[in-house]
Every structure is written in structure tokens, then in C-alpha cells.
Design a protein around this ligand. Structure first.
Ligand code: T4K
Length: 381
């Protein structure tokens, strides 16, 4: 015991570390037979059997028509924009992970930031129209935290102005509304299977598209533009998912329902324990029929005794690594902040949310005791 440290600090040193998430992993033993098949066949990549099986299995699980696997979600976003030949200006949200807007810059497209809705923190359809110019070609909304955007209002605007819609659905694996999978909306939707996501293949991603012709173009684009040994139809990229990742995805899929069920319990426990804590507001769902509980964001309001950043630091002092997703806003990063649409006055709702939000730990192996520990620190301020 270190005599020079106060008792509280010593206690914190011995507390188990809790991160905002922990990757969900199928048992290692179950993965060995998959590895053996890869070793035996020596097919490591380039659309091998596991890749084909995972595409099929995910279409069935998610209830979508066509899906192209990628090495990660960011390459999938970059390729989705290429697939639809998007140019000029694209309307998007500042309240997301950097990859959303970065995919536009990688395509030489100008992002135009539009503010979010205060209840869902998703792109506010009521503000989109004013941002449309003759250069606008598409809208890239994000189903933030897995909560569905107002897909009908967005599609109506897109139809009126002849715009394409590409959803960044990185958080929205398995989410359903009354009309079925939320991933069916838009011209394309992009998933991430990163380690931190609800469904992970270590790294990975996918584009969901409604027709076979678009899927074929995407498949060409993710393989350098090759159609056959001698024919290259586009300046494609290497976006392919390897056989190891695809095989792992097939195994992970067998365990996903149990993982989602546990996430649902954790979400319910947090909501119950936080219900009467003054100044802490849980984000409501956005009308999902089946949610995925990908994140557990709370908003630290002015009547809470600590600022959001003080609470964030208090957690860290107790080995709990909650995260401020999404702070700073994308529009505040140096490569975007000079854009007229990045001005703070244009994005008041997103700016306020970014200053208040804290994402609490949520992942299937998080114990009830640890949830109580997290809430205990919030309630005891
Ligand atoms: N669009 C949206 C809306 C996104 O949120 C993302 C990714 C993308 C597009 C791009 O998709 P990808 O290209 O990534 O497929 C994390 C993830 O790296 C990122 O994938 C994710 N969004 C973003 C919201 O969160 P960081 O910087 O918070 O990651 P990191 O490494 O700090 O991880 C958070 C915690 O998770 C760690 O404190 C511990 C735990 N962890 C993480 C990793 C990577 C593990 O326990 N094991 C691990 O392997 O960005």
C-alpha cells in the first residue's frame, strides 16, 4: 500500500479497468476449424469461399438483397461514392466519426454540414433543403448510435431534388424499423465491422445495395477495377475482405443474437438506474422495432453538479474510459473548419450535443456489478 496516496486514490488504482467497449469474440476453439480450412485450401483472399458465404449469410441475417464485403467501413464509404459517381457537394452531418466526411474529401467532394435533430442527433431533414445548391449531388446521413434517421423525409427531399442518398450505417447493424431493415434505405448503405462495433470481423465493412448491377460495379471497384485477367473498367481500389476476416464473421454471426440480447439488458439496466439522476438525460430510441444498443450515450445537462468533461475525468480517475463520441465535431477539424457550413452558428444543436454527450461502457460481457459501479460514480457527484 502506498502511504503517500490518499485512500480514495489507492482504491482507484485497484479498480478493474472498464473501456467504452470490448470486442465481442466467439470462443477461440470454435475458430480453429475455420483456420484449418483456410490453411488446407491456401485461398487467403480475392473473393474466396468464406467471403462468398459471409455475403450470403449477412444478406439473409440482415434482410437485404445484395451486400459487398470490404476490408473496413472507410474503404466501403469511399467506394460507395465512387460507385454512384458522386461529385460536387454532398450534404452530411458534423456529428459523426471523422471517416464520414473524410470519405468525401478522398473523392474530391465538398462536404456541406447541416445541423442535427435534437432528439435523435441525426441529420435534421428540415434543414437540408436550405443547404442544397446546383452543385449538390447527394446526401450522406449517419444512423448515429444505430438510431434510424428520418429515412422517409430524407428520401422525399432526394426525390424532389434528384439527389442520391448514401447512408453511413456504420452503427446500424441489425437495426429494424416497422418497414424492415433500416439498411434497405437510400441508394446505398455502408456498414462497419470494426472491432468496436456490434458485429465485428476484427476489421471489416460492407456496402448494401438494392440491385445486382450496382453490386457488380462495387465488386469491380473493390478489386482494382478488374473484370477479368485483362479487363480493367475503373480506377478501383483494393478494398477486399480477407478469408480470415470473412470466416471469423461467419462464426461471429452464430453468436450475434445472444450478444444483442445482452446489450438490450444492459441498456435497460442503465435506463432504470439513471432514471432519477438529476441532470443526466438518456437519449431515447428513434422508433426502432429492433434496436442494436450499439452505444449508450447520456447527455450531461446544466443541472448536473459536474460538467461533462469533469465527469469524463472522474471516470478516468476510477479507471473507467467513457468516451465523448462525438467531440470535437467533424466540422471543427482543421480540414473542415474553413468551410462556410462549418460555422458554429450553422450547427447549434450539434455543437450543444457534442459538449454534453458521454458514451458509457456497453458490451455483452459488461457485468451488472460494473454497470452499478459506473452509475454509482455518476450518482455520487
Ligand atoms: N462511420 C462511422 C459513423 C463510424 O463510427 C466509423 C467508425 C466509420 C464510419 C469507419 O468505419 P471503420 O473504417 O472503422 O470500419 C473507434 C473505432 O476505431 C471506429 O471504427 C469507430 N467508428 C469509432 C466510433 O470508434 P476510437 O478512436 O474510439 O477507437 P479506440 O481504439 O479508442 O477504441 C475504443 C475502445 O475500444 C478502447 O478504449 C478499448 C476498446 N478496444 C478497441 C480496439 C480497437 C478494444 O478493447 N480492442 C480493440 O481492438 O474509434
Amino acid at each position: 500500500m502506498n502511504a503517500s496516496l490518499p485512500a480514495k486514490a489507492v482504491a482507484a488504482l485497484t479498480e478493474e479497468t472498464i473501456f467504452v467497449t470490448q470486442p465481442h469474440l466467439a470462443p477461440l476453439d470454435e475458430f480453429i476449424p475455420y483456420l484449418r480450412r483456410i490453411w488446407d485450401s491456401r485461398v487467403l483472399t480475392n473473393g474466396g469461399p468464406f467471403h462468398q458465404q459471409l455475403e450470403k449469410a449477412l444478406c439473409e441475417y440482415l434482410g437485404v438483397q445484395h451486400l459487398a464485403l470490404f476490408a473496413n467501413g472507410t474503404l466501403a464509404l469511399v467506394t460507395a461514392l465512387q460507385a454512384l459517381r458522386i461529385t460536387g457537394e454532398v450534404i452530411t452531418t458534423p456529428y459523426s466519426f471523422a471517416a464520414t466526411a473524410h470519405s468525401l474529401l478522398w473523392n474530391g467532394i465538398k462536404p456541406v454540414f447541416v445541423d442535427v435533430d435534437a432528439d435523435t442527433l441525426n441529420l435534421d431533414p428540415a434543414r437540408i433543403e436550405a443547404a442544397i445548391t446546383p452543385q449538390t449531388t447527394a446526401i450522406m446521413p449517419v444512423h448515429c448510435y444505430g438510431h434510424p434517421c428520418d429515412v422517409d423525409a430524407i428520401q422525399k427531399l432526394a426525390d424532389n431534388y434528384n439527389l442520391r442518398v448514401i447512408y453511413d450505417a456504420a452503427h446500424a447493424f441489425g437495426v429494424e424499423t416497422e418497414s424492415g431493415s433500416v439498411l434497405q434505405h437510400g441508394d446505398l448503405a455502408v456498414l462497419s465491422f470494426h472491432a468496436t462495433k456490434v458485429f465485428n470481423t476484427f476489421e471489416g465493412g460492407a456496402i448494401i445495395c438494392p440491385d445486382a448491377k450496382t453490386k457488380q460495379r462495387i465488386d469491380h471497384l473493390k478489386n482494382f477495377g478488374f473484370v477479368d485477367e485483362v479487363t480493367v473498367v475503373a480506377p478501383g481500389i483494393n478494398g477486399k475482405m480477407s478469408e480470415i476476416n470473412a470466416a471469423f464473421g461467419l462464426l461471429q454471426l452464430q453468436h450475434i443474437d445472444a450478444a444483442l440480447a445482452r446489450r438490450k439488458e444492459i441498456d435497460a439496466q442503465y435506463r432504470e438506474l439513471l432514471r432519477d439522476v438529476p441532470g443526466i438525460r438518456c437519449l431515447p430510441d428513434a422508433g426502432e422495432k429492433r434496436a442494436n444498443y450499439a452505444y449508450f450515450p447520456v447527455l450531461v445537462e446544466p443541472d448536473y453538479p459536474l460538467s461533462r468533461d469533469a465527469l469524463y475525468q472522474k471516470f478516468r480517475d476510477h479507471n473507467i474510459y467513457a468516451r465523448r463520441y462525438f467531440y470535437p465535431l467533424i466540422s471543427d477539424f482543421p480540414m473542415y473548419r474553413g468551410l462556410p457550413s462549418a460555422a458554429r452558428g450553422n450547427l447549434p444543436v450539434a455543437a450543444a450535443a457534442s459538449a454534453k454527450v458521454l458514451c458509457l461502457p456497453i458490451y455483452p460481457t459488461l457485468t451488472s456489478d460494473n454497470i452499478e459501479r459506473v452509475v454509482g460514480l455518476i450518482a455520487d457527484s
